[in-house]
Structures are given as structure tokens and as C-alpha cells.
Design a protein around this ligand. Sequence first.
Ligand code: SF4
Length: 322
Amino acid sequence: MDRDKLLSVKELTKVFRVGSLLFKKDLIAVNKVSFDIDKKEIFTLAGESGSGKSTFARMLLGLIKPTYGTILYKGIDITRIKSAKERLWFTKEVQPIFQDPFETFSPLNKVETYLYDTAINYGIAKSREDVYKIVEEKLNAVGLSLGEIQGRYPHELSGGQLQRVSIARALITEASLLVADEPVSMIDASLRMSIVNLFKELKEKFGLSVLYITHDLATAYYISDRIGVMLRGSIVELGPVEKVLSEPLHPYTQILKQSVPDPNPERQWEEDIQLSSFDIREFTITGCKFSSRCPSVMDICKEKEPNNISINGRVVKCHLYI
Ligand code: SF4
């Protein structure tokens, strides 16, 4: 099948120097991560706390510099963007949706000013009438109206409403890619599915792509086209979400499988399904980072880091498949 690539990440790596002055050491937070996102695709990066997924998102958004690797967006290496004009183009094209919607907005400003400013500053609206028309149209697309938010401050809206306003902002800039980092984890459980469903709707309606970053495999299963499972900075399994979560190949993904319900469109996911707890010592393990927990561990696993192996449209990083 031909793929229409929007984003292409190659060997992206981030190394932090950690420790005291005398005992500094390198911590590889993101280790040679490579994958593509197609136009009109929802790609999930799933991982527990400390897996490197948020560091990855910060590199993609240009908030921190990679140590190594490239990020090609529409064929342009955004790690090398220098001019203000290119930076403005990129921030218009790739919009973040953050975890805590209350931190996205200044508590001192009315929520609608945020949207008016976006329409004006990005040169989307050409007149005053245009501003109102565009803002109303994009709010309608996320299930809100200008009347519902006008004159109100962030604390007067719910987390779900504010997250919808964040998404409306991305629609105003006519973004092609949303980078949504745990966008529903701080939202009331009863409203989570409505926000997650919105990503699916916007993909269909506007052809948007979404990088959905989460620890919640249930919502990942429900909305994604493909998934990359991260463990200690590396993607250990990548492929179509249904295959990866229904018939996982990597022992780490297999352990997660018991947490993921069978596919059933009638089913409402009401609870978070969490990945296992974080152990920082796994960062320093030689060989496979999962070797201390893996039920299939072999001698070679403790000596040599496994390579990425391609199997039937999937990539798995494990010595079992050599
Ligand atoms: Fe388990 Fe070895 Fe595969 Fe790592 S490489 S997941 S330790 S079998």
C-alpha cells in the first residue's frame, strides 16, 4: 500500500547528563527512535512514565534539541529550522494539545481572546468579521459555540471544554498534525471518550493526523491506526494497533495484552488501563532493557541490545525473532 508521509523521524536520540558534579553520567532518554506518520493517520506512542514519550514530544515540538537524528516534516528537517518565518510556519502546521488544559490558558484572560489572537497572529483572519466567523466555525467543529465561552475565564469552563478550545485553536491555524500528549488524563473520566472520539472525527472531516501520546492502552486501541510501544527510550514494537495489541510479539507488549479488552465497538472504555510501574534502574541495564522483567529472557539478552526485526508489517526489537 502506498503511504502518504507527513512526518518522518529517523534515529531520534536524546541524551541527558545527570548526577552530581563529580559523578555525571549519560541517561539516554530517547534512543534511536524511527517511525513515520502518514497524512490522515492517528499514530500512538504508548509507554509508561519514564519511557521517553514526552521527551520525544518536546523534541518534535522544538522545545528541546535532539542529541542526534532527524525529524522531517513535509520533507523539511525541523531540527535545522533557524529563521522566524520557518518557525512560524512550523508552529502553524504542528499544534500541541497539552495534558493540563488549565495550564494552557492564562487565568487572567478570557478564553475567547486566545482564539481571536490565533486567527489574527497567524494571518488567518483578514477582517474583524472574519475573526468571529472563523472562531465560531472552529468551535462548532469541536462541539462548542462562541456563545458558550464568550466572556468566560478558564476557571469558569470544565477541563473537557477547555481541551476542546485547545483543539479549536489547532483548527484555526489549519494545522496538519496535532501532538497530543496525554490529552485526556486530567479530564473527568466520563468525558474522556468524547474528546478521544473528537480526534477520530477531525481526522475524517479535516484529514488531520494525530500523534497521540498516552499510557492508556484502551483509548489507544480505540482511536489509533498504528502504535509504537516505548520502553526505556526505545520503540520495542510498532505496527497496526489491532495486530500489536491483539497478537503482540514482544514479551513486554504481551504482558500488556491482558490489560486490553477484546475489540468491541459497543464497549465504552470506562477505566484507564495502565502500563507497569517505572524503574529507573532499567535505563542502565546492558543489553535488552526488559531483561530483568522478561519471562523469556536468554543469556544473549543481558549482553547485547536487540536489533529491530521486521515481521509481517511490524517491527519488533527482541532477540526471540532473530
Ligand atoms: Fe525478553 Fe530477550 Fe526479547 Fe528482551 S530481547 S524482550 S529479554 S526475550
